[in-house]
Design a binder for this molecule. Sequence first.
Ligand SMILES: NC(=O)c1ccc[n+]([C@@H]2O[C@H](COP(=O)([O-])OP(=O)(O)OC[C@H]3O[C@@H](n4cnc5c(N)ncnc54)[C@H](OP(=O)(O)O)[C@@H]3O)[C@@H](O)[C@H]2O)c1
Length: 355
Amino acid sequence: MRAIRLHGFSQEFDTIQIEEGRRPVPKKGEVLVRMLYSPINPSDHNYIRGDYRRALERLIWNRGSETLYFDPERTNPHPTPPYTLGGEGVGIVVETGSSLLARRLKGKRVALAAGPPIGVWQDYVAVDAKRAIPVPDQLSDQEAAMTIINPLSAVFMVRDVLRVKPGTFLLQSAAGSALAKSVIALSREMGFETINIVRDGKHIEALAELGARHIVRLDQEDLRDAVARITHGRGVPYAMDPIGGELSAEMVGCLTLGGHLVAFGTLSGPSFELTTRDLMMPEARITGFFLGNHIAQKSPAQMLLTLRYLRKLLGGALGDVVIREVMPLESIHEALKLSRGGGEAGKILLHIGDR
Ligand SMILES: NC(=O)c1ccc[n+]([C@@H]2O[C@H](COP(=O)([O-])OP(=O)(O)OC[C@H]3O[C@@H](n4cnc5c(N)ncnc54)[C@H](OP(=O)(O)O)[C@@H]3O)[C@@H](O)[C@H]2O)c1
């Protein structure tokens, strides 16, 4: 079977190889999934460039440690290349190890969030049955491939971290992203308004179709002027930012008294500079979010409830993600280059196998 393996951090994908390997055998409690599709997400690039590793080196709990861990309990180490890439995708359970849950999934179509070292960009993946989530029938295989990382992060950030109240405004950057579209879907469900920041006009139509009433084009309008106009000078109580750099500081400047921004990506740069008083005077808050560590803090019961809620939303088309191109696994290098950002809108999807 084929697997996409990374042999060293790289900006240009020259350390990525397509390799033949043995089909894994599922252990007790595991399922073996034959993969169909997987999106290329920004987090896949982080694993390729070594961005996570560099960030983990700075964390207090990794001081003096050769192995770098995502968590202070040191249960979740960052893998060392070579490893198999691919954060999420969809496939069919074709074999199971012994356990009731695993056996119940046999033959089902499931979404997986796996990630290196055992990523999903391979023909077969063996994973803990608890990580294989059956997907509603009304989603196509391609849509089903993108149902965990972004929709789940959106649900956690909106409901758990920000605790957005109905009738309020939420400001979000990278509004053309898959994650932002999940937030718009949540705004319809929960009854809040989004103010959507885009850098140009290419997402306007799609966002309007999703019901986004407020779209701010940074190539046409100053962010603070736009937010002041839309909120009648009050500012917003909530903001979500995966961009970083100057835009994050500007978004903090749009917060009302007691406002709260969650930072969850570094699309334009690894840091941002803030004028301290812009945080002090509105008694604003900035919170970080990282899906893996957020999940790690949840009890199994809390996770079950969240996944149930997510499943209900997925039935109602959570996110309507635009697919830009579907490419075969063999075209991985070209697919990664295309997915690096800029240019056209939409996700690049890897086609790994047929049903
Ligand atoms: N912290 C976490 O746990 C977590 C979990 C999930 C996602 N995320 C983050 O959420 C973000 C969105 O993920 P996604 O999968 O939804 O993304 P996506 O669908 O691939 O879309 C990326 C979007 O980012 C915009 N963008 C990229 N570089 C930019 C830049 N330099 N300046 C302004 N806009 C830029 C693109 O805008 P154009 O369309 O204009 O090119 C595009 O709309 C990523 O940063 C991802 O890492 C974080």
